[in-house]
Design a binder for this molecule. Structure first.
Ligand code: 13P
Length: 243
């Protein structure tokens, strides 16, 4: 069985002070023997403090985005090279908020995936459909387009992770049903293998995951873990999801 992965996406929340108090509360809540892999995607400004706070633990951390080039005249952008230097292991790419608010294209995201892997870091690609697309029966097509362009750019022999996040389930309290999750994850798994990827690639679910629904969702065979937004901001809620 694949080891489950639990990822927290803090989005634009928590400064260094709150990060410190979060981990002071969160770390004692995890049982010593816990085998869960945990990753925190913190705001870029907190990467350094997160690195220090997690240095004695097995928990990984990462950035929520990076630029498609390592350095140069790109004022205000974040370099994967610098993220790596701070000690991050993962970089989240293509979150629907990046796609929708910041107009990131599949091609741009694919470039970043290649760059992230070239540094030995692990890209976590977010994919997912809008409610209109689901209602129009286009979920598989949308996931396919987002996946295929990324897979063509990265090295499929190196690690990468997929997070399926239906946009209509993000921050809405409306979780996809177990049948919708199971069906879509199975389609994603098939697509990955069709494109020459591995059956071992982790496929996480994201979208209003909370302690009240996490056990049921994790019981779905095709779900390898979660990418959690809102509920990851509270140490107690997120620790319950990771247990
Ligand atoms: P919520 O868990 O708040 O719905 O957010 C999901 C998400 O966007 C994680 O990346």
């Amino acid at each position: 069985m694949k080891q489950k992965l639990f990822a927290a996406n803090w989005k634009l929340n928590k400064g260094p002070k709150e990060t410190k108090s979060f981990f002071e509360e969160f770390l004692p809540l995890l049982p010593q023997e816990s085998q869960a892999q945990i990753v925190f995607f913190v705001p870029a400004t907190n990467l350094e403090s997160t690195a220090q706070l997690l240095s004695q633990t097995k928990i990984h951390f990462g950035a929520q985005n990076c630029y498609s080039q390592l350095n140069g005249a790109f004022t205000g952008e974040i370099s994967a090279q610098i993220i790596k230097e701070i000690g991050a292991r993962y970089i989240l790419l293509g979150h629907s908020e990046r796609r929708q608010i910041f107009k990131e294209s599949d091609e741009f995201i694919a470039l970043k995936g290649k760059l992230v892997q070239s540094l030995g870091l692990i890209p976590m690609l977010c994919i997912g459909e809008t409610l209109e697309e689901r209602d129009a029966g286009k979920t598989e097509k949308i996931c396919e387009a987002q996946l295929v362009s990324f897979m063509k750019s990265i090295d499929l022999k190196k690690d990468w992770v997929v997070a399926y996040e239906p946009i209509w389930a993000i921050g809405t309290g409306r979780t996809a049903t177990t049948q919708q999750v199971s069906e879509t994850h199975a389609q994603i798994k098939k697509l990955i293998q069709r494109e020459g990827g591995s059956s071992q690639t982790l496929i996480l679910y994201g979208g209003s995951v909370k302690p009240e629904n996490s056990k049921e969702l994790l019981a779905i065979a095709e779900v390898d873990g979660f990418l959690v937004g809102g509920a990851s901001l509270d140490p107690h809620s997120f620790s319950k999801i990771c247990l």
